[in-house]
Design a protein around this ligand. Structure first.
Ligand code: FES
Length: 149
């Protein structure tokens, strides 16, 4: 038995164009929620369709699930309005632009490395981006290793 506005996991999967296992995965990551009816069957609110669509778009744009969740968690309701989606897409567009700019810069810096192989702390723009070692004065330096990059 299903109430109006409720969807089964199979219905959501079919309408959203994702596998049932994907929905379960999103749920374990806290991106979507469901509840159990009296017969212990999983039910979703119809608004989950928009939410899943947004998650898919964000994933295609290269955003990690943790980042997607952080953004979705800022919204007051599980049902995402058109205005909220507009705002989210604007933020994600800006993030994408920044990533593209950084990758373009990295690619351009890499041009000088092709056929080189020195990986010099002093001369290689990949090892010493923006010549940050020059700001630390003369003499030997070590670059900090950032595991987040
Ligand atoms: S490897 Fe030589 S400049 Fe980057």
């Amino acid at each position: 038995m299903k109430n109006v506005g409720e969807m089964t996991v199979g219905e959501v999967a079919k309408r959203a164009g994702v596998a049932v296992s994907t929905l379960h995965f999103y749920e374990t990551k806290g991106l979507i929620t469901s509840w159990r009816n009296a017969g212990n069957q999983r039910r979703y609110d119809r608004s989950v369709l928009r939410r899943v669509s947004i998650i898919r778009v964000a994933q295609q744009a290269g955003l990690p699930l943790s980042e997607i969740k952080a953004h979705l968690d800022t919204l007051p309701n599980k049902a995402i309005s058109i205005a909220e989606w507009r705002e989210l897409s604007r933020e994600w567009r800006d993030m994408l632009t920044e990533r593209i700019d950084n990758l373009t810069k990295l690619r351009d810096q890499m041009d000088g490395c092709i056929g080189c192989g020195c990986l010099s702390l002093r001369d290689c723009p990949l090892r010493n981006p923006d010549d940050i070692l020059a700001k630390e004065g003369a003499g030997p330096h070590f670059l900090p290793i950032d595991d987040q990059l």
